[in-house]
Structure formats: structure tokens, C-alpha cells
Design a protein around this ligand. Structure first.
Ligand code: SF4
Ligand code: SF4
Length: 371
């Protein structure tokens, strides 16, 4: 079978629907990392995502792909926020690391608040450095990445970004509500990170994580109540989770990869994917979001003057009710420093919430379930 390719938004790049997330190769030797990256290319993956902030990931990807540079799409990121830093420590270094004179896509990295977005987009912000590099032919396209769909919607509205990189997985569906349809409408390329929950918090794939990432299994919830046929085998969970993400209207999906076995697994899932079965749709509650009112975790209500971690508590409340993950969320709640009973009902969060949520009532309901 042949890997399906999709046009990346309004760019002229055609990318494999399965892409390569470049964080886990940091843990490999140079030789091993280059072998995995090169193997991914040979199996039909042509989209490679990395970042200046990912240790030596850029260098490993650059070395592995230098002989096939014109056959692949390399996307990196700059976490610098000022024009001067992004030009000096960001783009220049990335070009050197990647052993190339032109990077296909450079994304502003980790734009998670409106404040950071404003800084990066200001006249002395990092976006100006990317625009300058683009006009000099060092960069093909400019993208944006982050974990807060609310902020990313504001960003792509400006028309300055050709692509958006955001998490989407069975437990993290916020991007599906507005960001993905809006990006599609604007013809902005859509790249999905953390389809398996991410390296740091692989919520739904304990065995996958234990087997392939060397992570302990503690603190990960059992999804079997929510999705009965999510078995205990990590590869099977990863298989089903990737299918869930591929069923969305996205251009490429970039799980972090660190072995040829993982590459084989991803390629097989992507090549065989022809849409979800009706049983999968029903079981995943495909296309559904938690019932209203629910918190989008935009964090505009933060910080709470009494230190209540509002978005985290409301996320766990969703996990408890919509996803039926009860035991795990009950275990997590006591570990939070400041809980709902610290709330003095000042009303600030309700005034600031752009979704006009009855936050105080929601917090009280959450505590009844979680405590
Ligand atoms: S109402 Fe409670 S939770 Fe909301 S900001 Fe005030 S103290 Fe914090
Ligand atoms: S309660 Fe409202 S403002 Fe606070 S994080 Fe959730 S959606 Fe955003």
C-alpha cells in the first residue's frame, strides 16, 4: 500500500498523513536516531517535525535526511519571543543543525497565551524574524504551535500563519470544536501533535508507554470503562487512538517516534485507514464534546486570587463525567495544592470567562464528584 499524502493547507507542500514527531529521538544515540528517521522516510513518511528546543533532535534529523533533502518536508520551531533572539539563536542555528539552506516550515513554538502571542507578533517579536527569513528564501512557510485552541484561533485569524500545530486525541478534543473547522475554512494547514497523549502524559496508553517509552504505568487512567474495546495492550490502544485522530479533517499526524517498530505500526495504521467503523464511532463518541457547560481550558480566568486551579479541576470533572474515568480522577484531586474549598466566590472567573460559564457552580459540582 502507498502512504496517502495531503496538501498542507494553502502551502504547496504535500505531506504524508503519518508524520514524524521528533522529541523521542533525543533519547537515542546518534546512530540509532538516524536509523529510525531514515527508516521512516523509506516507509513513506515525508513530514518531519522538530524544534530548536528539542535537544539534539534537529541535528539528528538533519544528518539522517541530508541526502534526501528535496524529497522531505522539514518543520521546526522557534521558542524565542523577540526578533533578535529568533534570528540569531533560532533560525540561524536551525539551518546549521538541519544541514540545509532552506527550512520548509518554521513555527512559533508554544504560543499558549494571548500575552505570548502579542509579544511574538509585535514589531520586535519573533514573527518579524521569520517573515524576514522567509523574504530571504531561508524559510518556505510560517506556522504556529500551541496547546490552547482559543489562542490559536486568534492567531490564525490574523492571516499570518500557513499552518497550525495543536494536540488532538481521544481525551483532548478541544481543537475539534472550532479551531480545526476554522483552519480548514481559512485554508491553514492542520498538523496534530500528541495523538497518543504526548510523551509526558500518555493518558491512554500505559503499556505502549511502558514498552516503548520506558515510562512507569502509575498515574495513568484505565480507559476501559469509557471505551470498552480499548484493551490492555498498548499497541492496540495506540492503533485505535491513531484511527480516532485520522478520522478528523487534518493534514498530518505526528506522534513522537523512537523505534522502527513504532514507525511500522504508524505506517500500517495510516495506510490501512479508510474511515472509522460505526462501532468505533459509537464507542469513541466520535464528533462529540463534553455536554455544556464545559471548560475549554483557555485559562483566561487564571490566576484565581485564591489559587484555585480552575481549568485542571474542570478538566478532571469532564474526565469523570463524559469519559467515565472515575477512579483515576478521584486519585488525582487530593494531590492538587489548592482545591475548590479555597474559593471565596469573588466572581472574577465568571466575569472573565469568554464562554460565560457558571464557573463557581461547576467547581462545586466537580468537587462533589472528585473529593
Ligand atoms: S470565584 Fe472562586 S474560583 Fe473564581 S476566581 Fe474567585 S476565588 Fe477563584
Ligand atoms: S472556566 Fe472559562 S475562562 Fe476559565 S479556563 Fe475554562 S473556559 Fe477558560
Amino acid at each position: 500500500m502507498i502512504m496517502q499524502k495531503r496538501r498542507l493547507g494553502r502551502t504547496d507542500l504535500h505531506v504524508s498523513v503519518a508524520g514524524f514527531g521528533g522529541i523521542p529521538i533525543i533519547a537515542l544515540s546518534r546512530e540509532e536516531a538516524e536509523k529510525v528517521v531514515r527508516y521512516a522516510y523509506e516507509q513513506g513518511i515525508n513530514y518531519f517535525d522538530t524544534a530548536r528546543a528539542y535537544g539534539d533532535s534537529e541535528e539528528k534529523i538533519g544528518a539522517a535526511l541530508k541526502n534526501v533533502r528535496d524529497e522531505v518536508v522539514i518543520a521546526t520551531k522557534t521558542h524565542q519571543r523577540t526578533k533578535e533572539e529568533a534570528a540569531r539563536a533560532g533560525i540561524k542555528q536551525s539551518l546549521r543543525n538541519l544541514q540545509t539552506d532552506r527550512i520548509d516550515l518554521v513555527q512559533l513554538h508554544g504560543i499558549d497565551t494571548e500575552e505570548i502571542l502579542k509579544k511574538a507578533m509585535g514589531s520586535e517579536g519573533s514573527l518579524a524574524a521569520l517573515e524576514e527569513a522567509k523574504s530571504q528564501g531561508k524559510i518556505g512557510y510560517i506556522g504556529i504551535s500551541g496547546h490552547n485552541p482559543y489562542v490559536l484561533e486568534k492567531a490564525i485569524e490574523t492571516g499570518k500563519f500557513d499552518t497550525v500545530l495543536v494536540p488532538l486525541n481521544v481525551l483532548e478534543r478541544r481543537a475539534a470544536e472550532k479551531l480545526i473547522p476554522y483552519a480548514r475554512e481559512l485554508d491553514v494547514g492542520i498538523v496534530i501533535m500528541k495523538p497518543l497523549g504526548g510523551c509526558g502524559a500518555p493518558l491512554q496508553y500505559p503499556q505502549w508507554g511502558a514498552r516503548f517509552l520506558g515510562k512507569p504505568e502509575q498515574d495513568w487512567p484505565d480507559l476501559s470503562e469509557f471505551i470498552p474495546h480499548f484493551g490492555r495492550d498498548g499497541s492496540e490502544r495506540a492503533h485505535r487512538s491513531l484511527r480516532f485522530v485520522l478520522a478528523h479533517n487534518v493534514d498530518t499526524v505526528i506522534p513522537g517516534l523512537r523505534s522502527t517498530a513504532q514507525v511500522d505500526h504508524l505506517v500500517k495504521v495510516a495506510e490501512e485507514f479508510r474511515g472509522l467503523t460505526s462501532e468505533e464511532k459509537r464507542s469513541y463518541r466520535f464528533g462529540q464534546l463534553p455536554p455544556e457547560p464545559f471548560c475549554r481550558e483557555c485559562r483566561l480566568c487564571m490566576p484565581c486570587p485564591d489559587g484555585v486551579e480552575i481549568p485542571t479541576i474542570l478538566r478532571w470533572a469532564n474526565h469523570y463525567t463524559f469519559y467515565n474515568i472515575q477512579e483515576w480522577t478521584r486519585q488525582q484531586y487530593p494531590k492538587l495544592g489548592t482545591k475548590v474549598n479555597s474559593c471565596t466566590e469573588c466572581g472574577k472567573c465568571e466575569e472573565e470567562c469568554p464562554y460565560h460559564l457558571p464557573v463557581i457552580t461547576m467547581l462545586k459540582e466537580a468537587e462533589k464528584r472528585l473529593k
